[in-house]
Design a protein around this ligand. Structure first.
Ligand SMILES: [Cu+2]
Length: 652
């Protein structure tokens, strides 16, 4: 379709034609009498009434704020994207697993230390595949305090403090080589759940799958303990539970009646490990042989007691409940789930769990009370090869809903409806939880993966809005070469029918999942306390007060205690000798909201962002003599260009 000329374009064109003495264009000039002007604009741009209604529902005039914020994974960028709803304006990229120059993330000592926490087997990892963000919860509701996000590629979890929207911690265990069911929080954020995806020998050692897959390959889940008082994950109080190598997939925590339990699905009870050039079927068909895989049901509250009773094995730096213990202590149960399952989503009342099977046309609704009764009575259909009890499928489900092709993930609203993404069909199915009937399907463009509704993972979803997170964009945007953006489609849930409101391109990674929170639940700070280290939240050891700037030579090198305030650095000349180790301690003395300064020195890869009050430390070896301008990289004031100085490295 040809792109219509914008309203402003018509205005400009009209003026140009008039200036050239041409005939007056019949196109509207806009801004005239309300009725006629708008009708003419609609005609000129080829807009329907529905288009205009959608525009009116999303257009957010200057100075008006959004009702919701969406936190989306930034996919391979290793970042998190913050998006206002309904405007769909991007408000921030939060640096998480990868260096990010604008925020100076990964350039100063503080944030380098955060990235160092994410090393794997001692090696730097400079990318991530961020998957599922999870907002912290109190009583099963988003509380607006923290955000967690998993890195599928490297089995890591990051913690973002929503007091300042910055990453404070990365945790990882080498017992796991990848994750997918991460991150999901328990209803009071006691634990952050990280579930392994691709099975591997526990601890990263070598084993040949041809001979040792069943014996040595394992899955598992880590329950990362969140210390609410400290606002940090506490590895020493965290624990892992070993799973059979069934390639676990998504996860969700129970809530209300199912609180204390967590649910995981798996896609490979076939124990396929690939080998398509070694006489085996490729993984995609190898893993799709069985009609049923197993949903895993874990009693994590009981597992806590088992850990307290010392019934664990220390593997590396992680307490591990071995599979045999999980079975003997009654912590792990299976129930069959059809077919190549993906999403496992607990309903807001916690009573049921919806599973989407990629190769099944149904959503399957499991009833927790039924499963609990079977577990309590010890009534099982059998056991798997590891002795894990298997509940009866037919006695565990309430029923199935005929959804369509490729059901994946399910979200909920406040009116008893569920919304399931249909990947193969490229649609969102709206269906009634009460009678398991589809009431509407809305096409998505195209290949929808996850979807999210406002407060859609909580005990009290809001309805109102849904975002379809589409993997393909094909014909939705002006062509930009073979690599296309992802397509977020905002959907209005407020009426009886879902209506599409807006297409938003996401040109960053493959944003995998997102959550949407009411904006008024968030209360970020405007500025840091003077001299604050944002990572610790404390006064930085090397914070610099105005008037106490200085350069000191110590046994470990030159320490430069600097301040920044509009529009100068003090000192603005730093003299060091070639070969000296330089420690820059920079405090932004500003306390005015938005008065950020940057600080950069060329060739030495120094580039930080110091928000008002923030203190930042930088360390580098001045191993090349020369003259290196240093300057503020944020356009902070009229004399911003003059906010500069020199690092002078005198030759030996
Ligand atoms: Cu996913």
């Amino acid at each position: 379709m040809r792109l219509p000329l914008s309203g402003l374009g018509w205005l400009t064109a009209g003026i140009l034609v008039a200036a050239c003495g041409g005939t007056k264009p019949s196109a509207p000039t806009g801004g005239g009498a309300a009725g006629g002007g708008i009708t003419d604009l609609m005609k000129a741009r080829g807009l329907s009434e529905a288009d205009v209604a959608a525009a009116l529902k999303t257009y957010t005039p200057t100075g008006k704020l959004d009702e919701y914020l969406t936190f989306a994974s930034g996919g391979h960028s290793g970042q998190v994207i913050v998006i206002g709803v309904p405007s769909m304006r991007i408000l921030k990229y939060i640096a998480v697993f990868t260096p990010e120059p604008w925020q100076g993330y990964g350039f100063d000592d503080q944030t380098k230390a955060i990235l160092d926490q994410g090393k794997r087997f001692g090696k730097d990892v400079t990318w991530a595949d961020t998957h599922h963000p999870a907002l912290s919860e109190s009583g099963g509701d988003y509380d607006g305090k923290y955000l967690f996000i998993g890195d599928k590629a490297n089995a890591r979890i990051a913690l973002i403090d929503l007091a300042d929207f910055t990453t404070k911690q990365i945790v990882t265990t080498e017992l796991m080589v990848s994750d997918h069911g991460a991150s999901f929080v328990t209803p009071d954020t006691d634990y952050v759940i990280e579930t392994a995806q691709y099975a591997a020998p526990l601890g990263g050692g070598y084993a040949d799958p041809k001979t040792d897959y069943k014996e040595k390959y394992r899955g598992g889940v880590v329950f990362w303990k969140f210390d609410k008082a400290k606002g940090r994950i506490d590895k020493s109080s965290s624990f892992m539970m070993e799973f059979p190598p069934y390639t676990q997939d998504l996860a969700d925590a129970g809530k209300k009646v199912s609180d204390g339990y967590a649910f995981f699905n798996s896609i490979n009870t076939e124990l396929s490990w690939g080998g398509d050039m070694e006489g085996n079927p490729p993984m995609e068909s190898g893993m799709s042989q069985n009609d049923m895989d197993y949903m895993h049901i874990v009693n994590w509250r009981k597992a806590e007691e088992v850990i307290k009773a010392g019934k664990f094995e220390m593997m590396g730096d992680m307490k591990v409940i071995r599979l045999a213990t999980a079975v003997s202590e009654g912590l792990l149960y299976f129930v069959p789930e059809p077919k190549s399952p993906h999403g496992v989503d607990v309903t807001p009342d916690g009573a049921e769990i919806v599973v989407g099977g990629k190769l099944d046309t149904h959503g399957t609704v499991y009833n927790f009370a039924k499963m609990k009764a079977l577990m309590d009575a010890g009534t099982f259909d059998g056991k798997d090869d590891w002795g894990v009890p298997i509940l009866s499928y037919k006695d565990s489900i309430r029923g199935q809903v005929e959804l369509g092709l490729g059901p994946l993930h399910t979200q909920f609203d406040d009116k008893g409806f569920a919304y399931t993404s249909l990947f193969i069909e490229s649609a969102v199915a709206k269906w009634s939880l009460a009678d398991l009937k589809v009431v509407q399907k809305l096409p998505s463009h195209y290949n929808i993966g996850h979807l999210l509704a406002a407060e859609g993972d909580t005990v009290s979803p809001d309805g109102k809005y849904l975002i379809a997170m589409n993997k393909w964009a094909i014909d939705r945007y002006t062509k930009v070469g073979p690599l296309l953006p992802q397509n977020f489609q905002l959907v209005d849930l407020s009426g009886p029918e879902m209506t599409l409101l807006y297409d938003m391109p996401i040109p960053l990674g493959e944003p995998h999942y997102a959550q949407m929170i009411k904006a008024d639940k968030l209360h970020p700070v405007d500025v840091y306390k003077p001299g604050e280290d944002p990572i610790t939240g404390e006064l930085a050891t090397n914070a610099v007060e105005g008037g106490k700037e200085r350069i000191e030579r110590k046994p470990d090198g030159v320490h430069v205690y600097m301040t920044a305030i509009r529009s100068h650095f003090t000192p603005d000349i730093i003299r060091v000798k070639e070969g000296e180790l330089v420690h820059l301690h920079l405090t932004n003395l500003e306390q005015a909201y938005d008065a950020t300064h940057g600080f950069a020195i060329n060739s030495y890869n120094i580039n930080v962002s110091v928000e008002p009050g923030e203190h930042s430390d930088m360390t580098f070896l001045a191993d090349r003599a020369g003259v290196f301008p240093m300057y503020c990289t944020e356009f902070c004031s009229a004399l911003h260009l003059e906010m500069a100085g020199y690092l002078l490295v005198e030759p030996k």
